[in-house]
Design a protein around this ligand. Structure first.
Ligand code: SAH
Length: 220
């Protein structure tokens, strides 16, 4: 059994990470408060205690990564989260991003296509602390039609295009934050799409990022 400990040292490192995110331009205090509250090292193997508070992505096994804190903060800020927002996340991975959203009071529905990563969510250390966080095994391109419509949708893998079913499962005036491949697939442009009453959407484009690919179908 793993022992979880959030020491003064961890708390100090976390405060420094929040300062780094602030210096890089993150301004949403609710996002920064959530990141300051969450022991990110719980989401990595215990051997990587210190690395958890560096602003970098990190492998979590099965060729997947825990997103860089800046990326998590950036996407969360673009989502403009309000308490009780119904949020669909594609790409559970380490559960860190989903927990940041849950800590901010959102109702979170997160999907993972890799069976072994999904299975790990059953031992999630904060399971009882966040009854507002629900895990699903499936293909994110399909979304969760029976649980929608959602106020917000966040995709945490590189999308080859805007998945039409995810747009359908969003409420009018809902927002989707999605990193979409450039033509060569070298990097992704962060987009925020706001759904109009007639089902069309308005697009805003932000910085470029680099994500692991969003893949079709389930694995395992
Ligand atoms: N949000 C995660 C980031 C994980 S990396 C975190 O905070 O750690 C992206 C994840 O998306 C990987 O776990 C990958 O398996 C998953 N993924 C890729 N394509 C997917 C799809 N179609 N449906 C659901 N999950 C997908």
């Amino acid at each position: 059994m793993r022992k979880y400990e959030d020491t003064y040292r961890h708390k100090g490192l976390r405060k420094k990470l929040v300062d780094v995110l602030r210096a890089k331009g993150i301004t949403d205090e609710n996002v920064l408060t959530a990141i300051n509250a969450l022991p990110r090292h719980y989401f990595l193997d215990s051997a990587f205690d210190e690395i958890a508070y560096e602003d970098r992505a990190f492998p979590i096994g099965d060729g997947q990564t825990i997103s860089q804190p800046y990326t998590v903060a950036y996407q969360t800020q673009l989502l403009q989260i309000k308490p009780f927002d119904k949020v669909l996340e594609i790409g559970t991975g380490s559960i860190y991003q989903a927990t940041v959203l849950a800590e901010m009071g959102a109702q979170v529905f997160t999907i993972e296509r890799q069976k072994n990563l999904y299975d790990k969510t059953k031992q999630f250390v904060f399971k009882s602390k966040y009854p507002n966080l629900k895990f699903f095994y499936g293909d994110g391109f399909e979304g969760l039609p029976t649980y929608g419509p959602f106020d917000k949708v966040i995709i945490t893998a590189a999308a080859p295009f805007i998945p039409p079913k995810l747009m359908e499962q969003m409420k009018p005036s809902g927002k989707m934050v999605i990193p979409v491949d450039d033509e060569a697939g070298n990097y992704q442009r962060m987009l925020r799409l706001t759904k109009n009453a007639d089902g069309s959407y308005t697009e805003e484009a932000f910085e470029n990022f680099s994500f692991v690919p969003m893949l079709t179908g389930k694995n395992g």
